[in-house]
Write a protein that binds this ligand. Structure first.
Ligand SMILES: NC(=O)c1ccc[n+]([C@@H]2O[C@H](COP(=O)([O-])OP(=O)(O)OC[C@H]3O[C@@H](n4cnc5c(N)ncnc54)[C@H](O)[C@@H]3O)[C@@H](O)[C@H]2O)c1
Length: 447
């Protein structure tokens, strides 16, 4: 399908929507009520749309129906009035999706055996296709490789509906840039890249997002929008790998990499500040760049070396953390075997409950294999909801209180949540390996 053909030229660049031109809000279906989908559904409902949040997860839907949000960026206090007014409702029954004006797909795009797994997108497109009416709009938001909207989603919708994308219904791609826990950059004030399979689709997609976010950025094709998202995540992945590898060298050469990064960051142009850490996690960095790599290899026959290298460097960071911890304990006359190690922060980064693909799981696994007695404290990650890796199930969950800190032979700061008492940690811990440079003192080693 030629994205720009049927309706003529597609505008480019940044477009700030004209409020006068906003359409009359209609019926919106958001398929997938996770970090991305629930945030979007609630934002659309608050903007005047009638929203159905559709999800296949029974427990999640039951919680949403009672106004119990499991996504920290969406408080229950925000959800409850929208439920009460009927602007938002959650459900598992595909029949609830009947008659939508706009449907947005925000389902997971994981890797299976290292390869893209688009089964959730396929299921969603088939389901929506059965409820698709002429004139409606479908948008894919899930992160995926270039070509997915036109080559996979369009034919599935067409087959299930008997309608033609771009002619009978509108179709586009708009990547999500949600950053869990970030209160400065939210869905509404983060510019949203929008695309369509043709000019009319682009206009509809822009109108929809223009009515719920401050700024939309139009691009000329769905492939461009799909690639923009992968570029953003790969850029971050590669730059984190760069400073992670540098951190390992700098330590061996007795140079303070954190100070060097701060010094470099005083350059007002041509430098962006990325910081080392215990490894990458979440849905984006450990997974999305591999979509780009897979796509490049499939289409161009060449591996994407930057992605492969970044995967390798970032994937080794948990091993490096354990090596540093083992060294630190040895210098203090202790063996890792039998040592009491307290991990602080199971989430993959500060101030979020997101523990998907968290490096803490691999670090715990390695320490347990070495015979350490591992416990963990994270005020954000619920004890009752096991994070991505089952290994954390075997780790005793505690609070980061005076008693626990004093009892540990080593404390490892992995996610620097604001909720931790850093004064207490520095004061009470015999030894801390600080992977986030939050602390200083003789008993502290910084990664
Ligand atoms: N979390 C982020 O920070 C983030 C940021 C940008 C982009 N993304 C992308 O957005 C997409 C969704 O990510 P997320 O973090 O919201 O995932 P999530 O796992 O938090 O939520 C996805 C939801 O989709 C539901 N689901 C799965 N298959 C379904 C189906 N067939 N029909 C209905 N519901 C279904 C799941 O039950 C789950 O509740 C992914 O492609 C991800 O890469 C995520």
């Amino acid at each position: 399908m030629n994205p720009a053909a049927p309706d003529g030229a597609v505008p480019r660049g940044t477009a700030t929507p004209d409020p006068q031109a906003r359409p009359v809000p209609g019926r919106v279906v958001v398929v997938g009520q996770g970090y991305v989908g629930l945030s979007l559904a609630v934002r659309a409902a608050a903007s005047g749309y009638q929203v159905v949040g559709h999800d296949v997860d029974k427990e999640r839907v039951s919680r949403l129906i009672t106004g119990d949000s499991y996504v920290e960026d969406v408080s229950s206090a925000r959800l409850l009035p929208l439920l009460a007014s009927g602007a938002y409702r959650a459900g598992r029954d595909p029949a609830d999706c009947e008659g939508f004006d706009i449907a947005v797909i925000t389902v997971p795009t994981p890797l299976r055996d290292g390869l893209p797994d688009l089964s959730h997108i396929v299921e969603s497109a088939r389901m929506l296709g059965g409820h698709l009416r002429a004139g409606a709009t479908v948008v894919l938001e899930s992160t995926t490789y270039p070509g997915t909207t036109e080559e996979l989603v369009a034919p599935l919708l067409e087959e299930a509906s008997g309608l033609v994308a771009g002619r009978d219904f509108h179709l586009g791609y708009s990547p999500e840039r949600i950053d869990p826990g970030n209160t400065r950059w939210r869905l509404d004030n983060t510019p949203k890249v929008v695309s369509g399979v043709n000019a009319a689709s682009l206009e509809r997609v822009t109108d929809f997002y223009g009515s719920i976010v401050d700024t939309t950025v139009q691009v000329s094709s769905c492939r461009t929008a799909e690639m923009a998202k992968l570029l953003e995540n790969t850029f971050r992945h590669v730059n984190i790998a760069l400073v992670n590898e540098l951190a390992t060298f700098a330590h061996d050469l007795d140079v303070d990499v954190w100070e060097a990064i701060d010094a470099a960051a005083t350059k007002p142009h041509g430098f962006l500040r990325f910081l080392p850490g215990p490894g990458v996690g979440g849905h984006c960095l450990p997974i999305d760049p591999s979509y780009l790599s897979w796509w490049a290899e499939r289409t161009a026959g060449r591996t994407f070396r930057f992605v492969e290298l970044a995967n390798d460097v970032n994937g080794r960071m948990p091993d490096y953390v354990v090596r540093r911890l083992t060294d630190g304990l040895r210098r203090r006359g202790r063996k890792v075997k039998g040592a009491r190690v307290l991990l602080l922060g199971l989430a993959y980064k500060a101030n979020t409950s997101d523990a998907r693909e968290t490096p803490a799981a691999r670090i715990a696994e390695l320490l347990l294999a070495l015979g350490a007695d591992v416990s963990a404290a994270d005020p954000h990650v619920a004890r009752s909801v096991p994070p991505a890796s089952g290994v954390l199930d075997g780790v005793l969950r505690v609070t980061a209180g005076e008693r626990e800190l004093s009892a540990a032979d080593a404390v490892v700061l992995l996610a620097d949540h604001d909720a931790f008492d850093y004064g207490l940690i520095a004061e009470r811990s015999a030894y801390v390996l600080d992977c986030r440079r939050r602390l200083g003192g003789d008993n502290i080693d910084v990664l």
